[in-house]
Ligand binder design. Structure first.
Ligand code: NDP
Ligand SMILES: O=C(O)C1=N[C@H](C(=O)O)C[C@H](O)C1
Length: 265
């Protein structure tokens, strides 16, 4: 399978280049960075700390997509929605790990998915998606006397909050309770907030250091507490998931898929 990595210089971009280079049956056919980036023209392998791969980083995605089977995209929302249109035009699989997408961005992805196979998830790891399915089950089992709080911590460079994973876990909790997350979500508390509203799903965000990604969903009941947690120790888990998603989507019909589809959860 011929794969393109966007955001090639990023933390995930470099990890994805290494993962593709090591994966059996996969070749890196292209690497994309934003226009004006100092790494455009550099060898993607060298950029990722490997021996040269003979693939120069480009800032012109369409011709690179046209020669590929799939694009692995962990960048920023503005770039991702533009890539979605181009991936649809090139009829290739678009694996989206980018988080912090707005409702309007998600609408654009939905439109692109009429022509393209898109797999999008706030977290591509097996562990988090398994935890999400457990969260859904626990939320469906427990009543509203159990308050649900989602706690996350990430490295100091992360730019969006709550994390895509926290929102994915919140969505799983809301689905278990058969409510809409938009109606129950509380993402900020400061000052005199009043008592907690029954049924709310709360989010708390910590940022600091080099934390790859820690998430906990807490079910706090009258006299007991259940906590489901996941700790990411290496970004390789996200890269492996992204590769699996691209391979899974290769022979699928156009549509918008999630990692639960890929993993059969
Ligand atoms: N779903 C999942 O499993 C995971 C998702 N993520 C998400 O992936 C995203 C990236 O994370 P991370 O790698 O840590 O972030 P980085 O900031 O390290 O990387 C993002 C890269 O995208 C580049 N970029 C920005 N605009 C464009 C463009 N128009 N074309 C091509 N490249 C562009 C940036 O370049 P420059 O800096 O020069 O602007 C940068 O190199 C985030 O949204 C993060 O939350 C991360 C890990 C796992
Ligand atoms: O920005 C990150 O680093 C991560 N982003 C994703 C998120 O927003 O949940 C996934 C992972 O936790 C790392």
């Amino acid at each position: 399978m011929k794969l393109v990595v966007t955001g090639a210089e990023g933390r995930m971009g470099r990890m994805l280049i290494r993962a593709v280079a090591e994966a059996e049956g996969c070749t890196l056919s292209g690497a994309i960075e934003r226009e004006g980036s100092a790494v455009v023209g550099q060898d993607a392998g060298t950029l990722a700390g490997l021996s040269p791969l003979g693939v120069a980083v480009s800032d012109d995605p369409l011709p690179v997509f046209a020669e590929a089977d799939a694009v692995l995209d962990f960048t920023v929302p503005k770039a991702t929605v533009a890539f979605a249109d181009l991936a649809a035009q090139a009829r290739i699989v678009h694996v989206i790990g980018t988080t912090g997408l707005s409702d309007a961005d998600l609408e654009r992805l939905k439109a692109a998915s009429y022509h393209a196979r898109i797999v999008r998830s706030g977290n591509m790891s097996l562990g988090v998606n398994l935890v999400a399915s457990l969260v859904r089950k626990v939320a469906a089992t427990l009543g509203e006397e159990f308050d649900i709080e989602v706690l996350e911590m990430h490295h100091r460079m992360k730019v969006d909050a709550p994390s895509g994973t926290a929102l994915l876990l919140g969505e799983a909790a809301a689905a278990g309770r058969a409510v809409a997350l938009a109606d129950t979500r509380v993402s900020t508390r400061d000052g005199h907030t009043g008592a907690r509203r029954p049924g709310d799903i709360g989010f708390a965000t910590l940022r600091g250091g080099s934390v790859v990604g820690d998430h906990s969903v807490i079910f706090a009941g009258p006299a007991e507490r259940i906590t489901l947690s996941h700790h990411a120790e290496d970004r390789a888990i996200f890269a492996r998931g992204a590769l699996k998603a691209a391979q899974w989507a290769f022979d699928k019909e156009p549509g918008l898929y999630g990692m639960d589809d890929v993993l059969g959860l």
